[in-house]
Write a protein that binds this ligand. Sequence first.
Ligand SMILES: [Zn+2]
Length: 215
Amino acid sequence: MFMTDTMSPPTTGGNLNVRPPHPPTSNVVDGDRVADLVSQLLVELGENPDREGLAGTPGRVANWWRSFLSPDPATAPICFGENSVAGQLVVVGGMSVWSLCEHHMLPMNLDVVAGYTPLGEVVGLSKFGRIAQRHAGRLQVQERFTRHVADEIVAVVGSPDVAVVVRGTHLCMSMRGVRMEAARTTTLEASGRFETDQLLSQQFLTLATTAWRNS
Ligand SMILES: [Zn+2]
């Protein structure tokens, strides 16, 4: 199996205002215009967009782009007061989202695991999946996706003690170029205690990657 393991450079733990917020991408898609462009693309690829099988294709492709680029808007997280779990390691895994690689516009499947240590409030678990989904709904690279998801979780949980590990399957590696179907790319973003506390970091990575080892 071909593996690419990259570890992001250390972030400045403890300061929640280090990085500027990430502006959302525009989700205004002119469906008619996109359908027209897809039709032109089909012609350039040697196809006849008017033949029976392709008659509705430009419209369907345009609709898909519109929904892909319009994931759920950000909503306020639901937090539950729970002082007794302060400092506990919480790991949320199994979050599988689809994005598009911005270099080839080909799909990539991103398997996301997030960890944090609550300060006295726990965050509703579905929030993590929504954060991953929203950052996946645009042209992306896995490294930036990982960092942006981690940054948003830091803001939501109100603590720098956050780690996010992502395992990506990239169709641009599987179906073009080197054609390595088994290739997986792993990226890790860690801040706060996950950077300084080796035991905590190791516990997180063990919990996060156990399921992957068996798949
Ligand atoms: Zn690519």
